[in-house]
Design a protein around this ligand. Structure first.
Ligand code: ASP
Ligand code: MG
Length: 244
């Protein structure tokens, strides 16, 4: 059975309707006969809202406590998605970054993943469960909760895909793929069905908000195929892999 890692971004999970739609999509993919690990971001603007709460107390929140606060956004979406899956009879279990065995260095708010001890995830996959993982977070070598920096759940997804030798890592967003130019600014922008990692990195460095560039670099290093599509439509997305 092929293992797929899917990642759903904040706009794809912004409301309960959206979370239920994601549950249906996950269910569909599972029924096609795949093992699934689903990485989630926080709902909508949750992370920004949490940051604003902290800033109302102090303009210099302790980094450890900021990580405790910001990591809670992804816990909300992972638990709600697990409940939505339960509701449509898809066995699933949610894990925090720490429970997923995502071990990072000790740099609060911009930690780097050092290693993934995926035993619990693997065990749940053998029990036929969809495993939902809170993106953007891990546990440090000092046993503290850490976050990976803004947009870090893309990195979580690729790191998990590599650690679990997934067939591909899929990203579901509010745009339906990668375009030759920013589709919100250029009407002649064209969606690419295929492209290579360097093209994505070039677009990202030019300011396009496609994927976290660290995630793309990691995928390139391990030749992990990436698929970018919309969670709002059934349009075909963009497959990113090395040019042959
Ligand atoms: N929720 C976090 C952020 O907004 C992580 C992510 O979405 O990737 O930065
Ligand atoms: Mg987000």
């Amino acid at each position: 059975m092929a293992l797929i890692v899917q990642k759903y971004g904040g706009s794809s999970l912004a409301t309960l309707d959206r979370i239920q739609e994601v549950a249906r999509r996950v269910s569909q993919r599972k029924k096609e006969g795949n093992d699934l690990v689903v990485v989630v971001s926080a709902m909508g603007n949750t992370t920004n809202d949490l940051l604003k709460l902290a800033q109302q107390i102090t303009d210099q929140p302790p980094a450890r406590e900021l990580d405790m606060l910001l990591s809670s956004g992804e816990r909300i979406s992972m638990a709600l998605l697990a409940m939505a899956l339960h509701q449509i009879d898809v066995p699933s279990i949610s894990f925090t970054g720490s429970q997923s065995g995502i071990v990072t260095d000790t740099s609060h708010t911009h930690a780097k993943i050092l290693e993934i001890r995926a035993d619990r995830i693997k065990e749940q996959l053998t029990l036929e469960k969809v495993v939902i993982v809170a993106g953007f977070q891990g546990v440090s070598t000092q046993k503290e909760v850490t976050t990976l920096g803004r947009g870090g759940s893309d990195v979580t997804a690729v790191a998990l895909a590599v650690a679990l030798s997934a067939k591909q890592c899929e990203f579901y967003k509010d745009v339906d793929g990668i375009y030759t130019k920013d589709p919100k600014q250029h009407i002649d922008a064209q969606k690419m069905e295929h492209c290579d990692y360097d093209r994505v990195l070039t677009l990202a460095h030019a300011g396009a908000k496609i994927l976290h560039s660290e995630a793309v670099t990691l995928a390139k290093k391990h030749l992990m195929p990436l698929y970018i599509a919309s969670s709002f439509t059934q349009h075909q997305g963009t497959l990113v892999e090395q040019h042959h």
